[in-house]
Design a protein around this ligand. Sequence first.
Ligand SMILES: [Mn+2]
Length: 360
Amino acid sequence: MNCLLCADVHLKEAEKAYCLFVLNELVFLCEREKCGALFFAGDVFDSRPDAEALRGDFRACLDRLSPDVRVFFLPGNHEELRASGMPALESLDFGRARLLSEKPFSFEVLDGSSELLALPFQKDYSDYRSWEVPPKTGALRILLAHGTVPGITYTGPEEDDDGGVLDADIFAYFGADLAALGHLHGHSVTAFGKTCVAYPGSARVWREGEAGPRQVLVFSTDKMPPRPRPLALAAAGEYRVVPVYAAPGGDLRGPDEKEMAGWKAADWLRLEVSGVVEDEVPVMDALREMQAGLKKKFRRVTQSAENLSVLQGISSHPLARRFLEKWEKDAGRYSASGDAYFLARLKGLAAIKEILEGKK
Ligand SMILES: [Mn+2]
């Protein structure tokens, strides 16, 4: 049986159209790959109110799957967010999706050759040795969970610090062949002992910095060891850092039509303006104008001016003027993409600024 594993879809009412676009693609890929099971490894919804608001759309989308496809919905930490005063997750109708919320685990035989051990998100899993998990009988045991694994995956500062730490020994202790995981939004497939530890990564761009294609994993329960294969989600778009170069006088050079040709409406652009300028105010005005224009074409456009520095008189100083004259004459020596050319101006002016400020 082929299976599709996805995680961290974070369906959110405020971004409904985009989120459902991604969910539709998940369903499409599940059908195309002839999958018999679809696993959601936590954070299907961005919060409990989002689960309540979007469950009907979620149900309707899943109804488009072939009748024999089984859908499993493991709750993550986000299903618990803003949950006070909201209905219990178990009281909401998720249609075809079977909610695996039983703590500390639930267990079932999937088909003749595989079995599923599901661990919904818990702050603490440390008593796992006291759980009465049935001994492994199938050829393939899938452990579905939502959390971080110290020593295997990077658990740096950008991830939520809200518990959910899975001791890697859990996988060996329960004889898991495949740990199908959510929570970390980066993609990784790692061998750990006899277990393949697989994070598809977030199925959509959820926050700043989630670069690279968003993916799901496809694997077969008939093959040992399981080798999950990533598939990119076109509907999710990509997070792109877009350099914007400010001239000393304030003119901005942003992405041109040619560069943007391959970008999608679902993309999230982060405009990073850099330069040594006379005055910050007109630069920021121009940047916001560029941002507003791009917002009409792309899902989200954010900006940063961390690499912008101000030095009054930079463009009229003789040293800077000589440098800029030479820089302008050198235009033809640089490639069409232009980044190196504009970076040369940035580096040159930054060095001159240091000299003028007496740092060198
Ligand atoms: Mn998440």
